[in-house]
Design a protein around this ligand. Sequence first.
Ligand SMILES: [Zn+2]
Length: 302
Amino acid sequence: MSVMSRAMAVLGATLLALAISVPAAGENARAHEINDGVYSFTLGLGNHSMFVVGEDGVAVFDTFDSGHSQAMLAAIRDLTDKPIRYAFHSHNHWDHASGGQVFKDTGAQTVMHALATEWLAAHPGRDTATPDMVWSGERRDIDVGDFTVEMRYLGLNHGLGMTVFTIPERKAAFFADLVNPNRVMFAVVPDFNIGEWERTLTEILDLEFDIAVCTHNELPTDEAVKGCTRAHVEEERQFIRDLRNAILEEFQKGTGFLDVPKAVKLPQYAHWVGYDDWLEMNTLRLMTDLWMGPFPWYPETE
Ligand SMILES: [Zn+2]
């Protein structure tokens, strides 16, 4: 083994150890009851999960990674010793779909849409595990005793097999990546079909819920732990529309194509996280989409 490849191997091992190290469940872990028996959970690192405690057991929504999951498991065990029945994965991406083994080891079943499962089988992450229950199509309900988990695949929007969850008995919902309070779009808006995202947000507004957990809630942590609301769904949709309109205005003015990202300003969102660093990236991504046609896109097979 050369010096370089040895160094790379050490670096790889270090990164792996960092990626799956388990932080103490203590200080930074926050579980907050947002509705009757419905909790948000965060380690304060930008990821919010949800868990629901019922008479017959617990359901978990998005495991993120093993460290996050171990801390969430400890937080659940502080509240109840009821069995964890299900750990639901929202979609295929490694940054959400890792850590499932932590809950499998407790006897829970991990659940994922078939489109996400296929992708993950082709592209396993270093901290992902094969789901125990795979569902396909547009709708599936799972009975967890005194509450129901309604799963909806609303078609293409972000990633593969993106599932929107509602818990009708608790008037609660869980949204991964699609609703991001107090933040512009993420950087170059990876793996989003923006037009389909906008359509999905309109469909989400037709669902019944009073309170939700949004995985990347960028309100101050004391607010973010209280969850997100329909108003945040509307704001996300409005941001897409405002950005698109601002780009089209520059196109109409004849602004040079590559001058558009610097020309677009949306001062009404200047207080949102990412505005200074990401608005230009958001603009370049959406204008490319408007110029070339929407992407990513694939023929629906489910
Ligand atoms: Zn994602």
